[in-house]
Design a protein around this ligand. Structure first.
Ligand SMILES: Nc1ncnc2c1ncn2[C@@H]1O[C@H](COP(=O)(O)OP(=O)(O)OP(=O)(O)O)[C@@H](O)[C@H]1O
Length: 200
């Protein structure tokens, strides 16, 4: 499987953010997207996820499931946790599993893996920042998708959480998945750098 972008142009609010961007990532590989604030790292993830349209160029997944679109094969984890505060931890995960569709893995197991099995009935409103992030990560495990698009994924995670997450990323790569992560700091696993917007 290979994700490749050729000559990608990103325009936001009528202003060109980047242009002529070439990139690729293959199965088993993590790419860390780096660059100054406003360089377009989040925008690139959103372009790949199909949440924005490129103003030029192409983004194609080779060797994926031909019956599914690229966005249907991606998990996009934004830097803000998309959780419903009034729903419990388990209900939030169930909502996401329903929304994403496809084959579900065991939610209880996913919550145990991210260290939230003690809080399944707690409303998401009461979670700490790190716990909210852990709940977002559980989504990656409950519905399996090969392409992980992660925006500042380690934000708010403590040392143990970062270690747990590094393990999840390694497992994902070992299963043939690929990861594109926007980050200002170390990702926690071996990765190739994709710099956008010139030198920071
Ligand atoms: N909805 C929008 N309308 C207009 N411009 C936008 C919109 N969203 C983002 N932008 C602009 O697009 C540019 C790229 O933003 P983006 O969030 O992709 O950058 P980034 O590299 O992820 O930044 P950071 O490191 O600060 O997270 C910025 O100049 C931003 O102001």
């Amino acid at each position: 499987m290979k994700l490749s972008g050729r000559g990608v142009v990103c325009v936001r609010g009528g202003r060109e953010v980047f242009s002529g961007l070439d990139f690729e990532a293959v199965s088993g590989e993590a790419v860390a997207v780096v660059g100054r604030n406003g360089a377009g790292k989040t925008s690139l993830l959103r372009l790949i996820a199909g949440l924005l349209m490129p103003a030029g160029g192409t983004i194609v997944l080779h060797g994926g499931d031909t019956d599914m679109t690229l966005p249907e094969q991606c998990h996009y984890l934004g830097h803000r946790d998309a959780l419903k505060p009034a729903l419990s931890v388990a209900e939030n995960l169930s909502f996401w599993a329903e929304f994403l569709g496809g084959v579900r893995c065991d939610a209880t197991e996913s919550l145990a893996t991210v260290g939230l099995d003690h809080a399944t009935d707690l409303p998401a409103a009461f979670l700490s920042a790190g716990q909210r992030r852990r709940l977002s990560l559980a989504r990656l495990l409950t519905v399996r998708r090969p392409v992980w698009l992660l925006d500042e994924p380690t934000t708010a995670l403590d040392a143990a959480g970062q270690e747990m997450f590094s393990g999840l990323m390694r497992d994902h790569l070992a299963r043939g998945g690929l990861i594109i992560a926007a980050t200002h700091g170390p990702l926690g696993i071996e990765s190739r750098e994709l710099r956008i917007g010139g030198v920071t």
